[in-house]
Design a protein around this ligand. Structure first.
Ligand code: SAM
Length: 333
C-alpha cells in the first residue's frame, strides 16, 4: 500500500505491513469498530493535521493575522478555567502544514508545530505560578515549552535520559525561552527511573510523558527488521512505564499530582499501567479529569468507555489529533 504524503510534497511514505497487521489484530480486539476509522487516519498522512503553539515570549500580531487568513483558528476557546489565557494554540479543520521555523542562534522562535492532543497532558497538569515542576521524559521539549506558556513554575527540571535528545531539548528551550528565565530551568540527563530516589518529595507537579509505542510513526517504519524488533520489545515498555511512574510518585510532595501520557492506543501501555500503579501504591489516588475532557470535546474525539481519571484521544478525519492517552493521579501521603 503506497500512500502519498501530500503534506510533505515530494516524499512518499510507505506503510509497514508487519506493523499494520500487528495493530489490526490488537486494536480490533481493544477498540472494535472504532479502530477502522482510526486506522484510516493513521495510514493517511495527507489527512494529518498540525497545530501551531504560539510562543508568548516572542509574540507577533502579524503571525496571528497570517494564521487567520490561512484558515486557522484558536483552539480551546471558551474552555476556561482549563485554558490559561497565555496559551495560544491555532488549529485548522482541514489538513495543512505550516512551515517549521529553523533554529537561529540568538533569536527566539515564534511558534512550535505539534499534535493538538499534546496540549492535553499539560492542561490536565494545571501548573500554577511558583509550583515546582518535573518533566520526567522531556525531549524534544514540546510539553516543557507548553507548560511555560501556561505558568511560571518555581523550580522547573526538564529531564531526558538520551544524550542526543537531551541536547535537542536544551536547544528547544533556548529557542523558545528568553534569558533570564531559561537560566532558571534545569535540563538534566538522568534515568527517570532513579529521579524519585535522587529528588524525593521535591515537586508539586510531575509530567510523565512516557516512552511508548509511537503508533503513528511506527506504521511508516522504513526498516521492516527494525519494526519487527520494536514489536517484540514493545512488551517491555509497560514495565519501564511502571517504573517511571513509581519514580515520579516518589518525587512528588504529598498533595502533589502527576499526569501520565503516551501517544499509543495500546491498553497495555495505558490503563493497564495506571491500574497496576493504583493497585500497588497505597499513597496515590485517581483524579477526575472528565470536566476537562468535556471542556475540549469540540476539538477532540475521545474513547467513550474510559474512567474519570483518564482519556484516550482517537484520531478522526477533520480531528486527526492523537492517539494520546492521559491519566492524572494525586499523592495523598
Ligand atoms: N515530552 C516530550 C515532548 O513533549 O516533546 C516527548 C517525550 S517522548 C514521548 C519520551 C522520551 O522519554 C524520549 O525522548 C525518550 O528518549 C525518553 N526516555 C526513555 N527512557 C527514559 C528514561 N529511563 N528516563 C527518562 N527519559 C527516558
Amino acid at each position: 500500500l503506497k500512500v502519498e504524503n501530500k503534506t510533505k510534497g515530494k516524499h512518499q511514505k510507505q506503510i509497514c505491513q508487519v506493523v499494520l497487521d500487528h495493530f489490526e489484530e490488537q486494536y480490533t480486539a481493544e477498540l472494535g469498530d472504532k479502530w477502522t476509522s482510526v486506522r484510516d487516519v493513521l495510514t493517511c498522512p495527507s489527512c494529518w493535521q498540525y497545530a501551531i503553539l504560539l510562543n508568548k515570549f516572542s509574540q507577533s500580531a502579524e503571525l496571528e493575522n497570517t494564521l487567520r487568513v490561512e484558515g486557522y483558528h484558536p483552539a480551546f476557546q471558551g474552555t476556561l478555567p482549563y485554558l490559561p489565557r497565555s496559551l495560544k494554540c491555532y488549529i485548522s479543520r482541514t489538513p495543512r502544514r505550516f512551515p517549521a521555523q529553523k533554529h537561529q542562534t540568538g533569536k527566539l522562535k515564534e511558534y512550535y508545530l505539534l499534535n493538538a492532543a499534546s496540549v492535553l497532558p499539560v492542561l490536565a497538569l494545571e501548573v500554577k505560578d511558583g509550583e515546582d515542576v518535573l518533566d520526567l521524559c522531556a525531549a524534544p521539549g514540546g510539553k516543557s515549552i507548553t507548560i511555560l506558556q501556561c505558568a511560571y513554575p518555581g523550580q522547573f527540571l526538564c529531564n531526558e535520559y538520551d544524550d542526543l535528545r537531551s541536547r535537542w531539548l536544551k536547544q528547544t528551550m533556548e529557542s523558545f525561552i528568553p534569558d533570564p528565565l531559561v537560566n532558571l530551568i534545569t535540563v538534566s540527563k538522568l534515568d527517570g527511573r532513579q529521579i524519585g530516589d535522587f529528588k524525593p518529595e521535591l515537586y508539586d507537579k510531575v509530567l510523565v510523558d512516557a516512552p511508548c509505542s509511537n503508533d503513528r510513526s511506527w506504521l511508516f517504519s522504513s526498516d521492516t527488521q527494525q519494526a519487527k524488533l520494536r514489536l517484540i520489545q514493545r512488551k517491555e515498555l509497560s514495565s519501564l512505564q511502571f517504573q517511571l511512574l513509581r519514580s515520579a510518585i516518589k518525587a512528588l510532595r504529598p498533595g502533589g499530582s502527576l499526569v501520565y501520557s503516551t501517544c499509543t492506543l495500546s491498553k497495555a501501555e495505558n490503563s493497564d499501567v495506571i491500574n497496576l500503579i493504583l493497585k500497588s501504591c497505597a499513597n496515590v489516588m485517581p483524579v477526575d479529569i472528565s470536566e476537562m475532557a468535556k471542556a475540549v470535546s469540540e476539538e477532540f474525539t475521545f474513547l467513550s468507555d474510559t474512567q474519570h481519571h483518564e482519556l484516550l484521544v482517537l484520531p478522526e478525519k477533520g480531528k486527526a489529533w492523537g492517539p494520546m492517552y492521559v491519566a492524572k493521579l494525586k499523592k495523598i501521603k
